[in-house]
Ligand binder design. Sequence first.
Ligand code: AMP
Ligand code: MN
Ligand code: ZN
Length: 760
Amino acid sequence: MNSSKSNDATDSSCQGGNLDTTEEVKDELCPGFKDADTFVKYGLGAVLSATKASAGLPQSGDEYDFYRSFPGFQEFCESQGDKLLHCMSQIMQNHGCRSHIKDRDKLTGIEERFDLVVDSNDVILERAGILLDEADGVNRSQKPVMPVGFQPPKIVVSSWNRKGSSSGSRSETFRLLHAKNIARPQLKFKEKVDNSNTPFVPKIFIKPNSLKALPSYFTNKQIRKERPEDLDVPAALADFIHQQRTQEHVEDMFAHPYQYELDHLIVPESLLSKPEPQMYKPLAETNLTFVDSLEDLVTLNEKLCKSSEFAVDLEHHSYRSFLGLTCLMQVSTREEDFIIDTLELRSELYILNEAFTDPSIVKVFHGADSDIEWLQRDFGLYVVNLFDTHQASRALNLARHSLDHLLKHFCDVDSDKRYQLADWRIRPLPEEMIQYARSDTHYLLYIYDCVRAQLLDSNHGQPGLLQCVWNKSRDISLKKYLKPIYTEESYLELQRKQKKSFNTQQLTAFRLLFAWRDKLARQEDESTGYVLPTHMMIKISEELPKEPQGIIACCIPVPPLVRQQVNELHSLVQQAREMPLLKVRNHRCSPEVSLFGPHDETIRLSAPPKITLFQVALPILLHFIQLLFISPNDQRSMSVAQMKARRIIESFENPFRMYLPSADVHVNKNAKFDPSSKIFEISKRWKLQSVEQQQKELEAKKKIREEAKQQAKKASGNLVQLSFKFLKQSHIICCCFHRAKFSPCGSGRGAGCSVIKTSV
Ligand code: AMP
Ligand code: MN
Ligand code: ZN
């Protein structure tokens, strides 16, 4: 830890403070925190661990009921619950909100309490907004400078982050990386993304390690270019039309390309006997290669083909894309670590199928369910001979099954899962993110050894349990990627999940908005949560605003596409208002709701929404931010507050704004699969004739990148790291913020929405 040398006693509580002049310590804005960054870091840590802890609580239903049967647990829950409610109530009071949240008698139930929290969050946010506006008095005209050049840190310079506003001190400018400056990686993809409302067809066109040949449907993809029906429709649709016409291959099209090989996979004796765990190499002594050229990828493939096992993990982004994007692949052998830029090499990654489908090479993943789907969807990659350490952890009945737990348990490594939620599209990748990503696979082969040994030990040396894990892992590798398909009934499924009861007009509005959102998301290649978060969709449906302005009022902050198409939305709402209004006595009586049937009713009634710690943490955090930056009594720090205020407004007022590069171009209306001719230049051993030319291009690109990097470095010095950390954190807060308040979870798809459970 980089503690300040000051004699301020409270200073020791500052985790990871980076500033080291005594001047700054005197400027301490909040007891125990020498600067805002320190505070934000601390606050973020607290919020994340609270979120994590709340996710770890027993779920409502069996598990919870079981725990509830112990008086000790019950008492503990009661006392903690009271504490939390008291704390929330105080915060609410401080902000002048209705605060009878802790008076159990006055409230009929958790739903009402939940609404109270949501309302209070709104009030607090709004107040923060007003105060920020006030604080942001001067110098508004100074617009962020948008950067020039390709890829490397497109930079925002704003005045608040100029260090030392007082005379005499250095006036260094922090240059900040900000998510809003991330160019859409989709724009660079050689094959456009296919968001059409048609089933996913595997991308594979060449099948290494095959026992059963790839159906001709896939190997003949190149001649489909000439088919007339391909001309103006998305690739998958063209395929579909073609199939309808020819009435052949349909079965092949949707089968798992390696089904036969996986069905005939036999775990060799050697993998069922007890291994001697082979210690991982210390990180510092391990070579790390960043793979972003075809040549390096080919080299990696050669290495992997010679190994007997390697570990794999992926990082993913789901907010600014309809289907989601695999942004990074981490691979570790016993000797080396690799990080592959899968945005850059998206169209080339399929060559790894040679190693990935080789049945004599074990591929170790932790929790591979999503990874298996992402590999198919983005690269046409399949895995034959998978070992999933998550499945092993389950079979061993370990206390928890997350990777961080295994790392702690077997390697005594504390992992910092903060970056899990980072925006992995960012390039070049900051050092912290590279290190984080790397640690996800670096230790995994050792863990693989340990769990195998334990699985045998715990079963008296018998291979049954271990065999079971191999089987489960194989089942996971047999998973097929399914594209989200829109049907006339899709909206009902979402409505049911939201536990909302609507009258006929409201339900019609919900149906029309749902269809609008789905269509636009596909067309613009955005997530449905980005186009229109579910809670806003529900609000519009419930209120059925008469004016376009009313629709805007339902959506704070207003998503860009809502603003753009508010008239279209308004006409949809009007259309819904024209429906005959059938009164609903209670939610079971709605004619459309009754479509759900008795089972759904019980599900709905037995699963009350739960308030997570996160929803508690958000107002607390905002409260502190307010205290910290906007205290009206603190005249001395006003200039700092002013500067900070603008920054915060930028990142909090409208979380969407940070995602809005001005020159954002949307494509994909006529996305086409265009099997690259390069594919056929590859000989059986994947040697590429065009490597030289590609190399030249890449070198030129690299040079440009290097130059820009140098420039950025010069301008910002090592403060880049510091300021990046801060921004990254505020971005993560934003992310959490989306999840809590503007959660895209309602879409029911996309890993980005799933894990922080807010159960709105
Ligand atoms: P991991 O396997 O932990 O490296 O996670 C892979 C990807 O899954 C991340 O890059 C995220 O996109 C997504 N993901 C993992 N955990 C979470 C979470 N708690 N919340 C949202 N997304 C997550
Ligand atoms: Mn990972
Ligand atoms: Zn984010």
